[in-house]
Design a protein around this ligand. Structure first.
Ligand code: HDE
Length: 711
């Protein structure tokens, strides 16, 4: 029998935790306090609608009788759903997945001899900035450890306006001309009919496009290297990619390439680890940055400049306007002129990280563009995409995008105009006097373009000076250590093995033949190609005389200490407290962290009866999340771990990923069950007493025991 509708009912599900938001002129203030602050009932603000109307019940909608229809009149319900339905804005077409933080740039020295840019004038001056790191191909919810280029976009709020260096963690790009960008991105992202694969270039469309685009070959070497699987945003380089100009007060121009050099050295993970991290912690990179900043361990990069003049540009083997080329650091050294420090997490992800709008056009007096055809296309594209994404030309009114210096103009109105001029005048020139008459242009202070002389025929062509596609690809490959060269070959084999059409695989190998025949052979073998293809037709033969550039290797530029890294300690009841304490203090003096992994997250009882809390239960804290591991179970605890698959995987993975392993005697039986050979290599460090902890931490500075892979 259906129940009869009645007006009887109770006010169910009323929450006693209430928070509210107050609009104070243009500043939004969150009304109630944090998690630990106790608020007396009388003090707690009343929940309201967006119009400020107090809400009596936020748990139940307005109904005709307790079981009857919902009334359309329920303006609170309708407003709440309306707002929720509009919470999303279009995600970025590329670089959708990102993570940002605030910080500052500090100048080491005055650069007034080379640029009049205000932020570079005074040694020691700090300028606020915001950085957003990102992956390129994946959607907003894709995992952090996708094999992909990382965006490294910096917005510097200078006293003469916002300067954006919208760079990547790789100094070259796939294409030379902006007109190819939509094709390149279409090919890299999900295939349009099926909507997959997500955040992966390991599919036919990508490699089809690439294998038909020889100019991408240098970039292919970089993306197949470990640069695309960084261990942390903190341990990767950044690059402005294009050649820009500095202009000094005397009007003299110097070409410049921008570099960001991480203070903690370079570090990447291995591919098998990346695949597993994506499952264990898809937010690995964002969590890492968030945790480091919250712990006061502020990541730093140094700004490096490669400075050169027209003479060098004319003599250089390649075109400085070609974004598929680098200038080796050995040819033009990188001059370190300041540091970027990230010292504050965002308060709100959407307001800051999602709404930040970078634009290569945002440039300040003293800095200028060059004719790099990729840069020229970008200068148009970014403003256009912001309008689509943020929905109004007033996106500069959003605090994260607004300049922090005074600004004044006559642009007005439009959607969501938050900063509105007062007074009668909204044009210039005007003949009004005094306050309401508005700003005026300033030939002295205003931005002026460097007066390059241009006079040539209008043509749809690519410069002949852009035609060498293989020489620097070869130089990059040969500059890598053996281990890194192997990783490049394995990455190519992995990606091309996911490509269904054999012709595409073969076409890629035909390009590799122009880079290095050994690499081509290794990849062809790995793919099981029946026949070696002919080398691809090359517009220019590959040069074999380019010197190796050690600056291009990650392993040759690793950290000198274990600072900023993390050890996962697998413990059980009965863990030797003295060893645990010494390991903790050895890591602390190194500037590294220890995280306890235990059978239960509640923790374990140590040898002295004290209670040790765990950060992770074993299956939630696999060894892929750590830079090195310490196996510290008691003899009894080890008997239990032997039966635990997650514990065996913890050890087997650390072994397979060439990590340093510190172990106490109790761990030996579990290691054997995890497949670690009885004769252990030098990456295994026995911890018998407290002193061995420092030996273990010292070994960890090498990050990986690569020799294990050679066995
Ligand atoms: Fe971008 N790129 N890009 N790009 N790019 C965007 O702007 C574009 C290129 C880079 O964290 C978009 O706001 C074109 C090179 C970063 O918000 C879009 C071309 C480099 C970010 C766009 C390029 C980059 C973007 C998408 C070829 C390295 C993320 C959303 C001419 C130097 C910024 C957005 C952030 C984002 C266009 C090539 C770096 C569509 C047309 C080369 C780090 O405007």
């Amino acid at each position: 029998m259906p129940k009869k509708s009645s007006s009887k009912g109770t006010r169910q599900g009323t929450a006693n935790e209430r928070k509210s938001v107050r609009y104070d002129d243009q500043n939004v203030t969150i009304g109630t306090g944090g998690e630990t602050h106790q608020i007396a009932d009388g003090e707690r603000p009343v929940l309201t609608t967006q119009q400020g109307i107090p809400v009596s019940d936020d748990q139940n909608s307005l109904k005709i009788g307790a079981r009857g229809p919902t009334a359309l009149e329920d303006f609170h319900l309708r407003e709440k759903l309306f707002h929720f339905d509009h919470e999303r804005i279009p995600e970025r077409v590329v670089h959708a997945r990102g993570f940002g933080a605030h910080g500052y740039f500090e100048n080491y020295e005055s650069l007034s001899d080379i640029t009049k840019a205000d932020l570079f004038q005074r040694a020691g001056e700090k300028t606020p900035l915001f950085v957003r790191f990102s992956t390129v191909a994946g959607n907003k919810g894709s995992p952090d450890l996708a094999r992909d280029v990382r965006g490294f976009a910096v917005k510097i709020y200078t006293k003469e306006g916002n300067w954006d260096i919208v760079g990547n963690n790789i100094p070259v790009f796939f294409i030379q001309d902006a007109i190819k960008f939509p094709d390149m991105v279409h090919a890299a992202k999900q295939e349009p009919d099926r909507g997959f694969p997500q955040a992966q270039t390991a599919h036919d469309n990508f490699w089809d496009f690439i294998s038909l685009t020889p100019e991408s070959m240098h970039m292919v070497m970089w993306i197949m290297s470990d640069r695309t699987i960084p261990r942390s945003f903190r341990f990767m380089e950044g690059f402005g990619v294009h050649t820009f100009r500095f202009v000094n007060a005397g009007g003299k121009s110097t070409f410049v390439k921008f570099h960001w050099k991480p203070k903690l050295g370079l570090q990447s993970v291995v591919w098998n680890e990346a695949v597993k991290i994506n499952g264990a912690d898809p937010d690995f990179h964002r969590r890492d940055l968030w945790d480091a900043i919250k712990a006061g361990d502020y990541p730093e990069w140094e700004l490096g400049l490669q400075l050169f003049d027209e003479d060098f540009a004319d003599k250089f083997d390649f075109d400085v306007l070609d974004a598929t080329k680098i200038i080796p650091e050995e040819d033009v050294p990188v001059r370190r002129v300041g540091r970027l420090v990230l010292d504050r997490c965002v308060d709100n992800f959407f307001a800051e990280t999602e709404q930040v709008a970078f634009c290569t056009q945002n440039i300040v007096p003293g800095i200028d563009f060059t004719n790099d055809p990729l840069l020229q296309g970008r200068n148009f594209s970014y403003l256009d995409t912001q309008l689509k994404r943020l929905g109004s030309p007033n996106f500069t009114h959003i605090p994260i995008n607004a300049p922090k210096c005074p600004f004044a103009h006559f642009q007005q109105d439009g959607h969501m105009a938050l900063v509105n001029p007062k007074g009668r005048v909204n044009y210039e020139p005007n003949s009004w006097d005094g306050e309401g008459s508005g700003p005026r242009e300033s030939p002295e202070k205003g931005f002026t373009s460097f007066p390059v002389e241009e006079q040539e025929a209008k043509l749809r062509v690519r410069s002949e000076t852009f035609a060498d596609h293989y020489s620097q690809a070869r130089q990059f490959y040969l500059s890598q250590t053996d281990t890194e060269q192997n990783h490049i070959a394995n990455a190519l084999i992995f990606e091309l093995s996911k490509v269904e059409r054999v012709a595409i695989r073969a076409r890629m190998v035909s390009h590799l033949l122009n880079i290095d025949s050994g690499l081509a052979k290794q990849v062809a073998d790995g793919l099981g190609l029946k026949e070696m293809p002919k080398p691809a037709d090359a517009a220019r033969p590959t040069r074999e005389d380019l010197k190796e550039s050690p600056a291009l290797s990650i392993l040759l530029n690793g950290p000198k200490s274990f600072k900023g890294r993390k050890v996962g300690a697998l413990v059980t009841d009965g863990v030797d407290i003295k060893i645990l304490e010494s390991l903790k203090s050895a890591l602390k003096s190194e500037g590294a962290l220890l995280e306890i992994v235990a059978p239960k997250v509640g923790g374990v009882k140590a040898s002295d009866g004290s209670w040790i809390e765990a950060a992770q239960k074993i299956d939630g804290g696999p060894s892929v999340l750590y830079d090195a591991v310490a196996l510290l179970p008691s003899e009894d605890g080890a008997k239990m771990l032997v039966k635990e698959p997650a514990a065996r995987d913890f050890i087997a993975d650390a072994f397979a990923h060439m990590k340093f392993v510190g172990y106490t005697e109790g761990a030996v039986s579990v290691m054997m069950h995890a497949g670690v050979p009885e004769t252990r290599d030098k990456g295994f460090i026995a911890i018998k007493g407290q002193d061995d902890c420092s030996t273990f931490v010292a070994a960890c500075r090498q990050l990986r025991f690569w020799d294990r892979a050679k066995v």
